[in-house]
Design a protein around this ligand. Structure first.
Ligand code: ADP
Length: 265
C-alpha cells in the first residue's frame, strides 16, 4: 500500500472577533501544505498563528471556511480513527490500566477481539509491557506519553497529529522520547504532523519544517531537513540550520523570542 499523503489546499478559517462577535477575524489565510506519505513534518510559528486551528481542521473537529483537506484523495469531512491525535497532556483514563487504555480505541470500534494480539505488540513497542497492569498515576511523564502514543498508533492511523506531545517532559526525557517517537514513526511509515515550539526538536525529528507567520496564519516557508539520521544535535550542519531557522523567525537581533512563545533549547 502507498503511504497516504496529507494535503491542505488554500484553507481559510475565520472566527468571531473577540471584540465584536458580529465581525470575523482571520485565523488561517490561504494555507496550503503537503505531507508526503510516511513523512514527518513539523509546524512551527508564534503563539496564536493558527497551529491548533489547522490541527483541528485536519482532525476533522472543525471545518474550514474555504479550501479543502485531503488524505490521499479522500476529503476530510469529520473525525475518524484514521487520524490519530496525541496532545501534550497524555489524557489517559485514570481508572483504566495501561493495557485497557491502549485497548480503548479498539473497544470503541468493536475490533478488540480481532486485534487483541496487537495490544501486547504495541505495549512492547513502546517499552511498557511490564507496566500493562499499572494505572496511569504509577507512570512517569515519559511513560504516560508512550502509552498515549501506543493508544493512537494501535488504530493504524493514516495520519498522526502530534500537538506539542513532548512539551511537558523534562529535557532529558524529552530528548530520549524524540528518538523513540522517530523510531516508531519511521518503522511504521506513519504520515505525521508535529506542532512544536522547540526548534531543536523540529530539526532533530522532522523531514521538513513548515514555518507560519504571526496571525493571520500563512505558510511563510517550508525548510527541508536534509540531515542524515540519527542526527547529531551538535553538528555544524544542525547548528547552521538552527541558526537559519531562528533568522527566519526573526529571533536574531533585537526581537525577543519570549514574545512569541518559541524556544531554542
Ligand atoms: P496557535 O495554536 O498557533 O497558538 P490557535 O490556532 O489556537 O493558535 O489560534 C489562532 C487564532 O484563532 C487566535 O487568534 C485565536 O484566538 C483564534 N481562535 C482559535 N480558536 C478560536 C475559537 N474557537 N473562537 C474564536 N477564536 C478562536
Amino acid at each position: 500500500m502507498v503511504d497516504p499523503s496529507l494535503r491542505v489546499r488554500e484553507v481559510t478559517k475565520t472566527f468571531p472577533a473577540p471584540e465584536n462577535s458580529l465581525t470575523r477575524r482571520l485565523a488561517l489565510d490561504c494555507v496550503s501544505l503537503t505531507i508526503d506519505g510516511g513523512e514527518l513534518v513539523s509546524l512551527v510559528g508564534p503563539s496564536g498563528c493558527g497551529k491548533s486551528t489547522l490541527l483541528r481542521l485536519i482532525a476533522g473537529l472543525d471545518a474550514p471556511d474555504s479550501g479543502d483537506l485531503l488524505i490521499a484523495d479522500e476529503p476530510i469531512t469529520g473525525p475518524s480513527a484514521e487520524r490519530g491525535l496525541v496532545f501534550q497532556d497524555p489524557s489517559l483514563f485514570p481508572w483504566l490500566t495501561v493495557r485497557r487504555n491502549i485497548e480503548a480505541g479498539l473497544v470503541a470500534r468493536g475490533v478488540l477481539e480481532s486485534q487483541r494480539a496487537e495490544v501486547a505488540e504495541f505495549m512492547r513497542l513502546v517499552g511498557l509491557d511490564s507496566f500493562a497492569d499499572a494505572y496511569p498515576h504509577h507512570l512517569s511523564g515519559g511513560m504516560a506519553q508512550r502509552a498515549a502514543l501506543a493508544r493512537a498508533l494501535i488504530n493504524h492511523p493514516k495520519v498522526l497529529l502530534l500537538d506539542e506531545p513532548l512539551g511537558a517532559l523534562d529535557a532529558f526525557t524529552r530528548m530520549r522520547m524524540q528518538d523513540e517517537v522517530v523510531r516508531l514513526l519511521q518503522a511504521r511509515r506513519t504520515t505525521s504532523l508535529l506542532v512544536t515550539h522547540d526548534i531543536d526538536e523540529a530539526i532533530y525529528m522532522s523531514d521538513s519544517i513548515v514555518i507560519m507567520t504571526p496571525r493571520p496564519g500563512r505558510i511563510d516557508q517550508t525548510i527541508p531537513v536534509a540531515l542524515s539520521r540519527p542526527r547529531d544535535r551538535g553538528s555544524s550542519d544542525f547548528l547552521a540550520l538552527r541558526s537559519h531557522i531562528l533568522q527566519v523567525l526573526h529571533f536574531a537581533g533585537s526581537n525577543d523570542p519570549a514574545q512569541n512563545g518559541l524556544v531554542a533549547t
